[in-house]
Write a protein that binds this ligand. Structure first.
Ligand SMILES: *[C@@H]1O[C@H](CO)[C@@H](O)[C@H](O)[C@H]1NC(C)=O
Ligand SMILES: *[C@@H]1O[C@H](CO)[C@@H](O)[C@H](O)[C@H]1NC(C)=O
Ligand SMILES: *[C@@H]1O[C@H](CO)[C@@H](O)[C@H](O)[C@H]1NC(C)=O
Ligand SMILES: *[C@@H]1O[C@H](CO)[C@@H](O)[C@H](O)[C@H]1NC(C)=O
Ligand SMILES: *[C@@H]1O[C@H](CO)[C@@H](O)[C@H](O)[C@H]1NC(C)=O
Ligand SMILES: *[C@@H]1O[C@H](CO)[C@@H](O)[C@H](O)[C@H]1NC(C)=O
Ligand SMILES: *[C@@H]1O[C@H](CO)[C@@H](O)[C@H](O)[C@H]1NC(C)=O
Length: 291
């Protein structure tokens, strides 16, 4: 082998060693971090559907968190649903229970009103709104099954949602200085539906698996880029895991916090707005660590 050939072979080997030596560790380091969110987690508030009846100890898991100083940084929006809506009268158990929730300054209690995807008569919706307001215990309204504005129904959805939202704003009797109006289409919607005077729109109400596989994930991040994440919420059930030591919930919360300001997570796959155990402790603890 001629001398200069040997020289170039050695140079070549040196280059290969350098390239491999530098790139392989970089790739490995990148890989080991790829399961983590690239952006730092940020504060989120809890949006809690508390649909269970306040019999003796039923709301204790909630009071326990509200009274714990470790969690005093968390903001809560708590949805109450006495009778698939307000029902006729609010009984003493509800009054006592809601007063206990309201005693925490960081809680907004809102009343559940369904809209049947914009098909429910607006006069009936307004009767429900007036009833919640008249009780002097609620800080706003959670509209469920709000219209999703597909194709030709977009203009109807806009008119309907503006009308019921304005109705809450002009109805006296809601407590707290700032009234909260929430729309729950439960899925990503036309961006024109995000700015109709409501404070929060729930654009995911689904299982963890569906959220993870959602073709709409791209749409979600576009929506949160268009609208502040503080105006978007998600309710995710059937979340796996009950670990407290190695905490995968923290990763999920970090990821969600990039796009959502208002979050509820539960491991339940049925009656998920009536049970506060399983990942409940872990969810609250992890949320408190996001600040
Ligand atoms: C309050 O929360 C902290 C942190 O999770 C926990 O260690 C503590 O036991 C809780 N205190 C009470 C009285 O539940
Ligand atoms: C409207 O939406 C429905 C349901 O997504 C769909 O079946 C229908 O084809 C759409 N109509 C038009 C005109 O786009
Ligand atoms: C909700 O939005 C209205 C209208 O923008 C605002 O006046 C109100 O303060 C907001 N409520 C909360 C709790 O921020
Ligand atoms: C974001 O806003 C732009 C401009 O208003 C709009 O064209 C686009 O559809 C919006 N994207 C989403 C996902 O809402
Ligand atoms: C996060 O904290 C900021 C500053 O305190 C506050 O303005 C914002 O509303 C908080 N976001 C949520 C989703 O709680
Ligand atoms: C979660 O773990 C705790 C502690 O091991 C246990 O008491 C509880 O029953 C578990 N919950 C579920 C839903 O697995
Ligand atoms: C809260 O979460 C942290 C971090 O995952 C963990 O170290 C701590 O033990 C948890 N505390 C409770 C009371 O679950």
């Amino acid at each position: 082998m001629p001398k200069h050939c040997l020289f170039f072979t050695i140079i070549g080997i040196v280059i290969v060693v350098i390239v491999v030596g530098v790139t392989v560790p970089v790739v490995v380091i990148r890989k080991s971090h790829s399961s983590y969110s690239p952006l730092p987690p940020t504060n989120v508030s809890i949006i809690l559907p508390l649909y269970t009846y306040p019999s003796r100890a039923a709301w204790d898991p909630v009071y326990e968190k509200l009274n714990n100083h470790s969690y005093s940084g968390i903001q809560w929006t708590i949805i109450i649903n006495p009778s698939n809506g307000p029902g006729d009268e609010l009984n003493a158990n509800y009054r006592v229970g809601i007063l206990r929730l309201n005693a925490a300054y960081n809680v907004n209690v809102v009343g559940y009103v369904f809209t049947d995807y914009g098909r429910r008569n607006i006069a009936e919706v307004e009767t429900d709104i007036a009833k919640y307001a008249s009780w002097g215990l609620f800080a706003g309204i959670f509209f469920d099954e709000t219209p999703q504005g597909d194709n030709q129904s977009l203009s109807h959805s806009i008119t309907y949602l503006k009308s019921i939202t304005n109705n809450v704003r002009k109805t006296p009797g809601f407590i707290r200085q700032k009234t909260t109006v929430i729309h729950n289409p439960g899925t990503t919607v036309n961006s024109e539906l995000l700015d109709l005077g409501q404070n929060i729109t729930i654009i995911v109400e689904d299982t963890f698996t569906n959220y993870k596989s959602l073709a709409a994930r791209q749409v979600i991040s576009e929506m949160s880029a268009n609208t502040s994440r503080t105006r978007l919420g998600c309710l995710i059930h059937s979340v796996p895991g009950n670990e407290t030591v190695d905490n995968p919930l923290m990763d999920l919360l970090s990821e969600l916090s990039q796009n959502f300001g208002h979050i509820f997570l539960t491991d339940k796959s049925s009656n998920y707005y009536n049970n506060y155990d399983g990942i409940w402790n872990n969810f609250i603890n992890s949320t408190s660590l996001m600040y």
